[in-house]
Design a binder for this molecule. Structure first.
Ligand code: ZN
Length: 192
């Protein structure tokens, strides 16, 4: 609801409601009803303004939360995978991080992957008993074009994949960092 009423003019609906409802009219005369309708309209407008401010704050909070989740995402993903691997008795965990993303995401670096592997050795019964759990990151050192070539050789249905940070109704935005990097990966002759 974004309707704005003209300055100074009481909303006709409010005026009719006040005049015709014996409980609301309180025996007020026409002038007093006008004033009351004006005050109610002001209150309604303030409520609409407050709703807009709150909606903006909620949207900003949601964006901040999503950004925070993305920043530590690899730690959370690997921790869950490690717990599952320990339960299932698995010896390897695969993760699709790529070192080219390290500027925004430090947990995409080879050093992080190696450090987490050491952690897995210390934190699990398998590790303590000498059954080393390996973290495999097959895309870690590939270029974006290299990832596209590998995916094509494996028959990946690209039309079902998405790299976008801000997709709308399942479609990539085409502007974010992830979309631009993906486009470079598909560019003819691209090797980076
Ligand atoms: Zn995008």
């Amino acid at each position: 609801m974004t309707q704005r009423f003209g300055a100074g003019a009481p909303d006709p609906d409010i005026l009719v409601l006040l005049r015709d409802d014996p409980l609301l009219s309180l025996g007020l005369d026409a002038r007093q009803l006008q004033l009351l309708a004006h005050d109610l309209r002001q209150l309604l407008q303030r409520q609409l303004d407050l709703q807009r401010v709150l909606a903006g704050l909620v949207a900003r909070l949601a964006r901040a939360l999503l950004a925070g989740l993305a920043l530590a995402q690899r730690i959370a993903d690997l921790a869950l995978a490690l717990a599952h691997a320990e339960t299932a008795g698995a010896g390897e965990i695969f993760i699709g991080v790529n070192a080219l993303d390290y500027s925004g995401y430090p947990d995409c670096r080879p050093a992080f992957v190696r450090a987490f592997e050491r952690l897995a050795g210390l934190a699990t019964r398998a590790g303590v008993e000498g059954r080393r759990l390996r973290i495999r990151a097959p895309l870690l050192r590939l270029s974006k074009a290299g990832i596209v070539r590998l995916a094509a050789s494996l028959g990946v249905p690209f039309e079902l994949t998405l790299s976008c940070y801000q997709p709308a109704r399942g479609r990539a935005c085409g502007r974010c960092d992830a979309c631009q990097l993906r486009r470079k990966g598909f560019a003819p002759g691209e090797t980076t």
